[in-house]
Design a protein around this ligand. Sequence first.
Ligand SMILES: *[C@@H]1O[C@H](CO)[C@@H](O)[C@H](O)[C@H]1NC(C)=O
Ligand SMILES: *[C@@H]1O[C@H](CO)[C@@H](O)[C@H](O)[C@H]1NC(C)=O
Ligand SMILES: *[C@@H]1O[C@H](CO)[C@@H](O)[C@H](O)[C@H]1NC(C)=O
Ligand SMILES: *[C@@H]1O[C@H](CO)[C@@H](O)[C@H](O)[C@H]1NC(C)=O
Ligand SMILES: *[C@@H]1O[C@H](CO)[C@@H](O)[C@H](O)[C@H]1NC(C)=O
Ligand SMILES: *[C@@H]1O[C@H](CO)[C@@H](O)[C@H](O)[C@H]1NC(C)=O
Ligand SMILES: *[C@@H]1O[C@H](CO)[C@@H](O)[C@H](O)[C@H]1NC(C)=O
Ligand SMILES: *[C@@H]1O[C@H](CO)[C@@H](O)[C@H](O)[C@H]1NC(C)=O
Ligand SMILES: *[C@@H]1O[C@H](CO)[C@@H](O)[C@H](O)[C@H]1NC(C)=O
Ligand SMILES: *[C@@H]1O[C@H](CO)[C@@H](O)[C@H](O)[C@H]1NC(C)=O
Ligand SMILES: *[C@@H]1O[C@H](CO)[C@@H](O)[C@H](O)[C@H]1NC(C)=O
Ligand SMILES: *[C@@H]1O[C@H](CO)[C@@H](O)[C@H](O)[C@H]1NC(C)=O
Length: 504
Amino acid sequence: MMRASFFPLATAIFAAIEPITATATSNTSEPRAAAVKATFHHAWDGYYEFAFPHDQLQPLDNTYNDNYDGWGASAIDALSTAIIMGHADIVNQILDYIPIVDFTQTPTDGTISLFETTIRYLGGLLAGYDLLNGPASHLINDQNKTDAILGKATELADSLAFSFNSGSGIPHNNIFLNNQSWDDSSTNGLATIGTLVLEWTRLSDLTGNQTYANLSQKAQSYLMSPQPSWAEPFPGLVGSNIDIESGEFQDDQVTWNGGDDSFYEYLIKFYIYSPSRFSDYRDRWEAAANSTIENLTSHPPLRPDLTFVRNYNNGSWDNSSQHLTGFIGGNFILGGTVLKRTDLIEYGLNLTAAWHHTYASSTSHVGPDSFGWNETQVPDDQQEFYNQTGIYSTNGNYILRPEVIESYYYAWRITGDEKYRDWVWDAYVAINETTSAGSGNAELANVYDADGGGYQNNQDSFFFAEVLKYCYLTFADDADWQVKANGLNKFVFNTEAHPFLIQE
Ligand SMILES: *[C@@H]1O[C@H](CO)[C@@H](O)[C@H](O)[C@H]1NC(C)=O
Ligand SMILES: *[C@@H]1O[C@H](CO)[C@@H](O)[C@H](O)[C@H]1NC(C)=O
Ligand SMILES: *[C@@H]1O[C@H](CO)[C@@H](O)[C@H](O)[C@H]1NC(C)=O
Ligand SMILES: *[C@@H]1O[C@H](CO)[C@@H](O)[C@H](O)[C@H]1NC(C)=O
Ligand SMILES: *[C@@H]1O[C@H](CO)[C@@H](O)[C@H](O)[C@H]1NC(C)=O
Ligand SMILES: *[C@@H]1O[C@H](CO)[C@@H](O)[C@H](O)[C@H]1NC(C)=O
Ligand SMILES: *[C@@H]1O[C@H](CO)[C@@H](O)[C@H](O)[C@H]1NC(C)=O
Ligand SMILES: *[C@@H]1O[C@H](CO)[C@@H](O)[C@H](O)[C@H]1NC(C)=O
Ligand SMILES: *[C@@H]1O[C@H](CO)[C@@H](O)[C@H](O)[C@H]1NC(C)=O
Ligand SMILES: *[C@@H]1O[C@H](CO)[C@@H](O)[C@H](O)[C@H]1NC(C)=O
Ligand SMILES: *[C@@H]1O[C@H](CO)[C@@H](O)[C@H](O)[C@H]1NC(C)=O
Ligand SMILES: *[C@@H]1O[C@H](CO)[C@@H](O)[C@H](O)[C@H]1NC(C)=O
C-alpha cells in the first residue's frame, strides 16, 4: 500500500521543484523559521555570556567545558548557521574572535581528536569562508575578515598534519598537539579515518597546497581497497578497526552506527563535492548502498512495516541501532537523487519513517540515543512498551543530536511533502520545550519521561551547527546552500552540517 503512494512521488522528483517553491512562502513557514532563529540566539547568548571563548556552555550553572581542544568549539561550530540565519551580530562576534585563536597549541595538556577537530573546527572555518566569500558576502563589509578565516584554517591544518606520520599514512586520531605525539593506540577507526577527505581536500582546493588533499586521500585509500579481503564481507561494506602502521583491517564488523557512520556518508558526499575527480567514491557508495539493502535491511518482528539496518560481525547479526545512525535515511535520499535511483530514495524515506517512529513512540516526542528490536532481549520493564511499539530503548538519553531531523530535512527538500516539514516542527517543539534549561539548552536524561527526565549539564556545539541549522533550513526560503530536489546542488554539507562550495 505504501509502495503505491511512493511511486508517483518518486517520478515527480526529477520533474519539478515546484512543491518546495510553493510551500516555502506558505503561512506557517515564516514564523517557524523565526522561532528556530530565536532559539539559536538564546542559546548563543548563554554561551557568549558564560562560556565564550571556551568550548561549550554548561547551562544549568553557567559554567563551561573545554572538551574539544579549548579553542571555542561552539563559536566556530555556530558560524555557518549564524551566517545562514543572517544573524549579523553573532557573525561579527565570531569573526572578531577567529584571528586571535592560536591553533598552533592547545590550552590543555590532554589528547585532542583529529576527527572531531577536522569536522567541527576545520569544517566550520571552511564553510564560513565559502559562505562569506560567496552567497552571504553581504553580511560583512570587510574582505580581510573573510580572508583571515582561510588563513586560520590553514594554520590549523598545518598544526594537525603531523598526525599522518605513520608507516602507512593512516593518521593517529588521538594526538598531543603541543609536542606532536600521540597516544599508544595501534588502530584507528573507519569513521575517524574516513571522514577527513572533504575538509582536507577543500582546503587544498582553496589554497593550492595539494599536501592536505594528498594526506587525507592516501589514508582513505586503505578504506577504498580493504585488506585482507575478508574485511569486506559484503561488497562496499567493510570492517571497523584498521592497524595504523600496516593499513590492514582488524575485523569485519559492519555497521552504519557511530564509529563507522560518516565513512559511508562521505563516499557519496565527496563525489558530489567534485564529480569529475571522485567517481571511484561514488562507485564505492553505490556498492555499499546496494549491499545495505540486500543484507542489512531489518524489520522489527512486531512492526514489519518499519525498516531499520542491522549490524554484522563475523557471521553474527545484531538487531539494534542508534540515534547517530538516523542520518542514513537522508544519506540514501541524497545519494538516490544524485544517482537518479528512485529505489534508493524510497528506501531512504522508509528509513526516515522508521527513525520517526523512535520519536513518535517516545513520551517526550524526542527519540532515544540507542534502541533494539531483538525479541529475545527485551528488558523486563519494557515488555509492554515493546508490545506496543516493536522496539525497546537501550539508552534513553538525548544529547542534542541532529541525525533524525537531518533526514527529515532531506526528505522534505527532495519530495516537497509537507509531512516531513511537520515532523521537523514536532521535533523542534519537543526539543525546545524539554531541553530549555538555565542559560541555554541542556541534554536530556530520559526521553521516556514527558519532561525529558532531568538534564545533563552540557550544551553540545552541534546544537548550533546541526540541530538548529537543519530545523531552520526546513522553514527557510530556497537559497544556494539548500539541498536541491533536482540533484544540482551548489553546496554539500560536511558531517557537522557545514556547507562547502561544490567544484566540477
Ligand atoms: C494563508 O493565508 C491566506 C490569507 O490570510 C489564507 O487565505 C490561506 O488560506 C492561508 N493558507 C494556509 C496554507 O494557511
Ligand atoms: C607529550 O605531552 C603529553 C602531555 O603533556 C605527555 O603525556 C606525553 O608523554 C608527551 N609525549 C612525548 C613524546 O613527549
Ligand atoms: C585589508 O588588508 C589590506 C592589506 O593588508 C590593508 O591594506 C587594508 O587596509 C585592510 N582593509 C581593512 C578594511 O582593514
Ligand atoms: C603545504 O602544507 C604542508 C602541510 O602542512 C606544509 O608542510 C607545507 O609547507 C605547505 N606548502 C606550502 C607551499 O605552503
Ligand atoms: C600529491 O599527490 C600527487 C599524486 O600522487 C603527486 O603528483 C603530487 O606531487 C603530490 N603533491 C604533494 C604536494 O604532495
Ligand atoms: C571470527 O570467528 C572465528 C571463530 O571464532 C575466529 O577464529 C576468527 O578469528 C574471527 N575472525 C575475526 C575477523 O574476528
Ligand atoms: C547497484 O545496484 C544497481 C541496481 O541493481 C545496479 O544498477 C548497480 O550497477 C549496482 N552498483 C554497484 C556498484 O554494485
Ligand atoms: C547477502 O544478500 C545476498 C542477496 O540476497 C545473498 O545471496 C547473501 O547470501 C547474503 N549474505 C549473507 C551473509 O547473508
Ligand atoms: C538476539 O539476541 C540473542 C540472545 O542474546 C542472540 O543470541 C542473537 O544473536 C540476537 N540476534 C539478533 C539478530 O540480534
Ligand atoms: C518501503 O516500504 C514499503 C512499505 O513497507 C515497502 O512496500 C517498499 O518495498 C519499501 N521500499 C524499499 C525500496 O525498500
Ligand atoms: C506482550 O506480548 C506477549 C505476546 O503477546 C504477551 O505474552 C505478554 O504478556 C505481553 N506483555 C505485556 C507486559 O504486555
Ligand atoms: C521555546 O522555548 C522557550 C523557553 O521555554 C519558550 O519561551 C518559547 O516559547 C518556545 N518556542 C516555541 C516555538 O515553542
